[in-house]
Design a protein around this ligand. Structure first.
Ligand code: KG4
Ligand code: ZN
Length: 354
């Protein structure tokens, strides 16, 4: 019985969880900052780190309390080391170091993307996963297509060249006047819209497994909004933001945008799945909560498609603890001077090179 405490503060959730043997969630606490950032239409880094500082002690204590075990019974403390916002990562990592020192437990730095991968191991406890599997990580900060050939063994096949999928959802949501975060709100608006209203570009981009969403974003902006003139922008107190065109249906734009983005993700993912002969396709990250994406992938892929339950799609501590479990098993132990890795990719044998 191996109990791992997982701590996550890379972006806008302060989260902690206790996980048993890398697959059973014993407790899982998430303090979301969505309300705090909603006012700004996006994550405001300084506010995020301050909110993490305020929340982390109570979140970790509550995760331990609800787990029914004591700090003493923990086997290790896993914490997100990167990628993410520097100030936010520092809060989690410093807290984890302090806790590791105070309790004498080993400290494990975990890659946030590897955490999203291991959210898939928390979903069905009694199933074995045969490698290789293909994983599409789609979140606010990342869009990565990754071939996983064993625990901790990753080959990055491609990723976004510009905006992350979730970022595109958030930007278009803002454009359409929907609340933050854009993803779930666009999905909701799209239910009352016609996805065939606009033919937005799919950005097929050649034979690579890379994605690009900037052309799509521009096309949506052109179709749905009127930009203020240079003259209007010069006027003091003038409304500088783009305005929705008269008669534009937010639902139609949302549905057409979502369909174009989902098409691009599904096309590359199903092609990679065939090429690399994987046993299954896994979706992870905040955007994997999207029902249109889940359904399209299920329809187009002739392989099992798995995704985490909704509460494990977005950032949480349980996925960090689950990834930490596999690192703990592989013998990883990190030092006290472990630093944050704000740009840490998932492109290597994490166990060998960490
Ligand atoms: O994984 P996550 O919580 O944070 C990062 O690591 O970035 O993902 C957050 C992102 C946001 O961009 C949000 O708009 C998006 O996931 N998201 C969705 C949905 N729910 C959350 N995007 C599309 N459809 C959804 N239902
Ligand atoms: Zn994430």
């Amino acid at each position: 019985m191996t109990y791992i405490l997982g701590i996550e503060t890379s972006c806008d959730e302060t989260a902690a969880a206790v996980v048993l043997d890398g697959k059973t969630i014993v407790s899982n606490i998430v303090a979301s900052q969505i309300d705090l950032h909603a006012e700004y239409g996006g994550v405001f880094p300084e506010l995020a780190s301050r909110a993490h500082v305020e929340a982390i002690g109570a979140v970790v204590d509550q995760a331990i309390e609800e787990s029914g075990i004591t700090y003493d019974q923990l086997d290790a403390i896993a914490v997100t080391r990167g990628p993410g916002l520097v100030g936010s990562l520092l809060v989690g990592i410093n807290y984890a170091k302090g806790l590791a020192l105070a309790t004498g437990k080993p400290l494990l730095g975990v890659n946030h993307l590897e955490g999203h991968v291991y959210s898939l191991w928390l979903t069905e406890q009694n199933r074995t996963i045969e490698f290789p599997v293909l994983i599409l990580i789609v979140s606010g900060g990342h869009t990565e297509l990754v071939l996983m050939t064993g625990h901790g063994l990753y080959t990055r096949l491609g990723g976004t060249l510009d905006d992350a999928a979730g970022e595109a959802f958030d930007k278009i949501g803002r454009l359409l006047g929907l609340p933050f975060p854009g993803g779930p709100n666009i999905e909701r608006a799209a239910q009352n819209g016609n996805a065939a209203s606009y033919k937005f570009p799919r950005a097929k981009m050649d034979e690579t497994y890379d994605f690009s969403f900037s052309g799509l974003k521009t096309a949506v902006m052109r179709a749905a909004t009127v930009m203020p003139s240079a003259e209007a922008r010069r006027q003091r107190g003038a409304e500088k933001k783009a305005q929705l065109r008269d008669g534009v249906s937010v639902g139609d734009v949302a549905a057409s945008f979502q369909a174009a983005l989902v098409d691009a993700l599904v096309e590359k993912t199903t092609r990679a799945a065939k090429t690399y002969n994987v046993t299954e396709i896994m979706l992870a990250g905040g955007v994997s909560a999207n029902q249109a994406l889940r359904q399209a992938l299920r329809r187009e892929a002739d392989l099992p498609v798995r995704y985490p339950p909704l509460n494990l799609c977005t950032d949480n501590g349980a996925m960090i603890a689950a990834a930490g479990f596999h690192r703990y098993q592989a013998g990883q132990r990190d030092e006290w001077d472990m630093e944050v890795q704000p740009m840490w990719p998932l492109t290597y044998d994490t166990y060998a090179e960490a």
